[in-house]
Design a protein around this ligand. Structure first.
Ligand code: NAD
Ligand code: LMR
Length: 333
């Protein structure tokens, strides 16, 4: 067997709820596969330093065979040194009754500061996934304040919304979730996102059938389904009094795994990536598109037919991102 060099994976906000669910998944190979050793870099802030130490102790106690080292620190420079993958979870979560915009001012300043640390100390080909909200706009700020990191390497998490859409279809049609594919989340990781099933299919004993044919209730697809997926984060906060954590951590692993190892043939996933103008979306915004991944690179799926209903929803969520960008910049001034 050829020895594989460990991959250094940074998790910021590692003492928080998502961090606590995410680091054991990474150490078990859920993110990078069962043969890839990892070194975990965990960053949190001073008030969480003891909790962070505790997480490190538990990682040691779990004796994960793939885990080759743990850096647990409150020093952003030490945390970013040589990292190949950065999962940016650090920040303040939304509480009941708050919109993502409400956490904007606190979180965008963190992303401005951490952009420089990543730019200076991470590996030059580091892949960045922003999870903390407002995820698209934090990623945009990170991209603007780390100009030497290639734009293609900065992404945000909308895979959780994508997985939520798969889950809702699977419940509705009563099929296994792994038989549903090619839903799309367009736009912002917020309540304006547009979950689109126009191109989605279900694997049945007689081949792949369009979701729209098997659901056979266009009204449900255009109203209840969209609203359930858009509001799922808020519904979880209402039920748990805390925002989603295990599903967010799992989606972060899915996002990085598919980005690094590739998407299956004939399937795409949703990722928040910088817009190159595809589908008429303002270039430079971090917008969720359907993408395929190969050899560590993502590409936006081209040529999908967009009807009027979709166009309107895709533009509405783009408008919110343009507003968030202006608001973020005013918070930083
Ligand atoms: P949490 O409060 O449990 O944990 C956040 C952690 O970040 C805390 O330990 C905090 O000390 C730390 N932190 C704060 N400022 C930091 C900084 N400057 N550097 C490093 N660490 C810092 O929150 P959580 O539930 O783990 O959620 C984290 C973020 O993820 C929130 O913004 C939440 O809204 C977001 N979220 C996004 C998605 C998504 O799909 N994109 C899903 C769920 C949650
Ligand atoms: C989620 O989608 O669960 C998170 O982004 C939490 C939130 O604020 O909605």
């Amino acid at each position: 067997m050829v020895a594989t060099d460990p991959v250094r994976v940074l998790v910021t906000g590692a003492a928080g709820q998502i961090g606590y669910a995410l680091v054991p998944m990474i150490a078990r190979g859920v993110m990078l596969g069962p043969n890839q050793p990892v070194i975990l870099h965990m960053l949190d802030i001073e008030p969480a330093a003891d909790a962070l130490k505790g997480v490190k102790m538990e990682l040691i106690d779990a004796a994960f065979p793939l885990l080759r080292g743990v850096v647990a620190t409150t020093d952003v420079t030490e945390a970013c040194k040589g990292v190949n993958i950065a999962v940016m979870v650090g920040g303040f979560p939304r509480k009941e009754g708050m919109e993502r915009k409400d956490v904007m001012s606190k979180n965008v300043s963190i992303y401005k500061a951490q952009a420089s640390a990543l730019e200076q100390h991470a590996a030059s080909d580091c892949k960045v996934l922003v999870v903390a909200n407002p995820a698209n706009t934090n990623a945009l700020i990170l991209k603007e304040f780390a100009p030497s990191i290639p734009e293609k390497n900065i992404t945000c998490l909308t895979r959780l919304d994508h997985n939520r859409a798969l889950g809702q279809i699977s419940e509705r049609v009563n099929v296994h979730v792994s038989d549903v594919k090619n839903v799309i989340i367009w736009g912002n990781h917020s309540s304006t996102q547009y979950p689109d099933v126009n191109h989605a299919t279900i694997n049945t004993s007689s081949g792949h059938k369009p979701v729209k044919e098997l659901v056979s209730d266009d009204n449900w697809v255009k109203t209840e389904f969209i609203s359930i997926v858009q509001q799922r984060g808020a519904a979880i906060i209402k039920a748990r009094k805390l925002s989603s954590a295990l599903s967010a951590a799992s989606a972060a692993c899915d996002h990085i795994r598919d980005w690094v190892l590739g998407t299956p043939k004939g399937s795409w996933v949703s990722m928040g990536v910088y817009s190159d103008g595809s589908y008429g979306i303002q270039p430079g915004l971090i917008y969720s598109f359907p993408v395929t991944c190969e050899k560590g690179d993502w590409n936006i799926v081209q040529g999908l037919k967009i009807d009027e209903f979709s166009r309107e929803k895709m533009d509405k969520t783009a408008e919110e991102l343009i507003e968030e960008k202006t608001l973020a910049k005013s918070c930083l001034n």
